[in-house]
Design a protein around this ligand. Structure first.
Ligand code: CBF
Length: 830
């Protein structure tokens, strides 16, 4: 750092944030002309976006520096959020709003000849995630900064985020998402690198005092390079850090020895091999694929992050036993569970702590969030694969397991079944490591993400662990979403109207203040302004649909939206079967009857994992139905079906404000929480949903009369599945009619959809589409009736929004901070 006598000089020239329109403009022009080497003669929207982004970035980085200094000075406990996915979306708009400079910036660029909306549209989404889990991590970062918590996110800097989806001839085609050609929001830290080892072997030494030391050596080394992304809070100077690791060969660009001896090819190959680790995000949501490269990614990221965390802790020269008082580490799902093992390795092998002291530190430090009960999503690693890649870590896992099983045996003698049920090692062929069990055993607290889900994990997949550790280790933190992005940024008109009624934007920091809206729910003028905003948002979506698909939709029709990853458990197939059923009923009606029907636009969007054939077939059915229905002259505006290509965060931002109805219709007990349900309601839409995940708590908050619930309950699912297995459930007649129509070829070659029909029949209807279909259709009829009464609909949406305070991610983060992390905020002086 700068020597004391020179600091005054330094401070005199310290960077200053822009605070007026003119200062902002000056920064934009400076960046365009110098950083980008462009001029007023060749400044297009992209260059203007870049100039504006760099100006805003400078402001962020000044606050980022202040925040890091304040946190170092405060020397308080920090939380580290380890997530393999951060689905951040775009940054510019969010950063301007959080920093309170959007108005001056918009005016500033307009005076320079540009429209802020066009500039914002130039930005690539940072799509380093698959769906809900990654977006939750992004909302949590926003809340952590907005609430002034000293927090860091740690993740991987994938060169390719989630693929881009193109729909070609009705089918999904995956295209790589290279998002890094211009990314002003990250800072490479060439001075922060960590060497990470894989493979190799373990040598055991005996010290003079008789103790044994294990040394892991002889492996292949890859370098982790840090990239920092500033995360600004709303209405505060706090700007936290998201550190993403990128992989490089540890020897620099090439292996020079090989290069000089003429072995060019293999020197380049080694380089590429190292870079492959952080090259791609695995595009699977809620499914475990068990590939070696994925395990490499996990260890690479976890080891680099822990090295960084430990290095920071060691600077304070505290005793190791203080570690859990200074550090909380949250495991976002089981993906970072290796961190438990790596910290044990650091403490025992490197710092030479005894096992019990090390284990106490570890188990006081970690918290584990479970996001799913789906068996196919629970991570398991094959022991032979693991042994080869991380031999020392396997030994440590065996030891953790041994000590754990011994303690279980002491408490529950003679229960051999219990021992094999809770063992971290599953005795299959090959043996596998159950990562969730390791995460539970190594963490202080385990939480689910909605009440039903947290109850389910305690009574099903983790039941034995409740018996062993007691119920207090398990808790619930219902998910939430940030109202900054999902209301203020996505729906500025609605946010402004709410501000007008409540008197300030304070609700963006304390969402419970929305309750003040309820008293206006019957105010006719307010209802009109409210519904006008909804209409404008629908018109904007209609325009987008026209431009991108050519389909004309009527903005006054009921917009019914289901956007999320395509998955059988989320039941987009049930939605499209319902659409077919509606189509068949409309076809069977007389002209007079048709005239009485509520026009509908059924909108779908979402990506299927590239190898998930059934999900891809669902997409094909949606596009096939849309080709038929949208071109049927008998139907006209009464029904339109749209598939929005390449659903992502920035598309969600204009879809959420445009729904009248959104669908959250998973088989009961399968969706851990869901978060788009919260976003849609917060934006003045109602939802049709099953008694699943956070739908249940949304019902509790908004009232049963403001949600269209249907379907069987989680507690009945097992019996219903059992009945299917024994052929005791005839198919629902309306569903049978739909299947017959598909098989007749109305939507093209029926063979294409045979898998979907088979899943309902011989396949045993695992997701219970048939069981829920009748109530799904009848509930849609209730929706139609309700939509006809505009005043009551408006009333209900206003009341629902006024009761959404609970679903802010600020509430969730405060719960984590208090109940799990024990951290306090640190104020950063402006
Ligand atoms: O908790 C956040 C979300 O995580 C998932 O997306 C996941 O990846 N397991 C769940 O499927 C969602 O229910 C949940 O809201």
């Amino acid at each position: 750092s700068i020597p004391l006598p020179q600091r005054d000089k330094w401070k005199k020239f310290a960077a200053v944030e822009f605070s007026t329109k003119e200062e902002f403009q000056k920064e934009v022009v400076r960046h365009v002309e110098t950083t980008l080497a462009r001029s007023l003669y060749n400044c297009d929207d992209l260059a203007a976006y870049s100039g504006a982004a760099l100006a805003v970035r400078d402001k962020l980085i000044i606050d980022w520096n202040k925040t890091q200094q304040a946190h170092t000075l405060a020397d308080q406990k920090r939380v580290y959020y380890l997530s393999l996915e951060f689905l951040m979306g775009r940054t510019l708009d969010n950063a301007m709003l959080n920093q309170g400079v959007k108005d001056i910036a918009a005016e500033g660029v307009s005076e320079l000849g540009f429209r802020m909306e066009d500039l914002i549209d130039q930005e690539h989404d940072a799509a380093l995630g698959n769906g809900g889990l990654g977006r939750l991590a992004a909302c949590f970062l926003d809340s952590l900064a907005s609430l002034d918590f000293p927090a860091w996110g740690y993740g991987l800097r994938y060169r390719y985020g989630i693929f881009k989806q193109e729909i070609i001839d009705g089918y999904q085609v995956e295209v790589p998402d290279y998002w890094l050609d211009f990314n002003p929001w990250e800072f490479p830290r060439h001075d922060i690198t960590v060497d990470i080892m894989f493979y190799g072997f373990v040598r055991r030494y005996t010290e003079d005092d008789g103790s044994t030391v294990n040394i892991w050596e002889g492996g292949e080394v890859v370098q982790a390079l840090a990239y920092d992304v500033p995360v600004p809070g709303y209405g505060t100077a706090t700007t936290n850090n998201l550190r993403l690791w990128s992989s490089k060969p540890s020897t620099g660009e090439f292996d020079f020895q090989k290069f000089n001896s003429g072995d060019y090819e293999s020197s380049v190959r080694d380089q590429q091999r190292a870079e492959t680790i952080s090259a791609v995000l695995y595009p699977n949501d809620n499914i475990d694929v068990g590939k070696e490269l994925r395990l490499k990614q996990q260890y690479f990221w976890v080891a680099a992050s822990l090295y960084d965390i430990v290095r920071r802790f060691k600077k304070s020269h505290r005793a190791w036993t203080e570690f859990p008082h200074q550090v909380a580490i949250q495991l976002n799902d089981t993906h970072p569970t290796l961190a438990i093992v790596e910290l044990m390795r650091i403490l025992v092998d490197k710092e030479h702590l005894d096992w019990d002291t090390a284990w106490n530190i570890v188990t006081e430090t970690f918290g584990y969030t479970n996001h799913t009960v789906l068996p196919e999503a629970l991570e398991k690693w094959s022991v032979p694969l693991f042994q080869n890649l991380l031999p020392r870590h396997l030994q440590i896992i065996y030891d953790i397991n041994l000590f754990f099983l011994q303690s279980v045996e002491r408490r529950f003698p003679k229960d051999r079944e219990l021992l094999s049920r809770v063992s971290i090692i599953e005795e299959s062929n090959p043996q596998v490591i159950r990562m969730a069990y390791l995460a539970i055993i190594g963490s202080k607290k385990v939480n689910g993400v909605a009440e039903l889900h947290s109850d389910l994990i305690k009574t099903t997949i983790f039941k034995d662990f409740v018996k062993i550790f007691g119920p207090d280790k398990f808790t619930n933190v219902t998910n939430g979403v940030t109202p900054r992005r999902w209301l203020h940024q996505a729906n500025p008109q609605l946010s402004a109207l709410i501000k007008e009624k409540l008197g300030s934007y304070d609700f963006l920091k304390d969402l419970s203040l929305l309750s003040g809206l309820e008293k206006f729910a019957d105010d006719k003028e307010f209802q009109k302004e409210w519904m006008d905003i909804k209409l404008r948002n629908k018109q904007r979506l209609a325009k987008y649909i026209k431009e991108t698909t050519g389909i004309t939709v009527n903005p006054s029709a009921l917009f019914d939206i289901q956007v999320k990853r395509i998955h059988e458990y989320k039941r987009q197939q049930m939605n499209i079967f319902g659409v077919i059923s509606r189509y068949l009923s409309l076809k069977a009606m007389t002209k007079e009857e048709r005239a009485k029907q509520v026009p509908r636009v059924s909108i779908f969007g979402g990506k299927a994992a590239p190898g998930y054939w059934m999900a891809k077939t669902i997409i094909r059915l949606i596009t096939a139905v849309s080709e038929v229905v949208n071109n049927d002259a008998d139907i006209g505006d009464l029904l339109k079906v749209v598939f929005i290509e390449d659903y992502n965060v920035s598309k969600a931002e204009f879809l959420c404000p445009a729904s009248d109805l959104s669908e959250h219709i998973s088989t009961a007990g399968t969706e851990a929480s869901g978060t788009s349900n919260m976003k849609f309601v917060l934006n003045g839409g109602l939802i049709i949903g099953t008694c699943d995940g956070a739908n249940i708590e949304i019902t509790r908050e908004v009232g049963e009369e403001r949600i269209f619930l249907f379907g069987n309950l989680a507690e009945d699912v097992e019996d219903l599945r059992h009945a299917h297995r024994y052929g005791k459930t005839p198919m629902d007649p309306a569903l049978k009619e739909v299947c017959d129509e598909i098989q007749k070829g109305t939507f093209g070659e029926p063979g294409v959809f045979a898998g979907l029909i088979h899943a309902l029949t011989e396949g045993g209807d695992y997701y219970l589409v048939s069981d829920d279909f009748a109530s799904y259709l009848s509930t849609h009829k209730l929706v139609d009736e309700a939509f006809k009464d505009t005043a009551t609909w408006a009333h209900n949406t206003i009341v629902a929004v006024s009761r959404m305070g609970f679903f802010t991610s600020d509430r969730a983060i405060n719960e984590y901070a208090e109940e799990i992390w024990s951290i306090d905020p640190v104020k950063v002086d402006v």
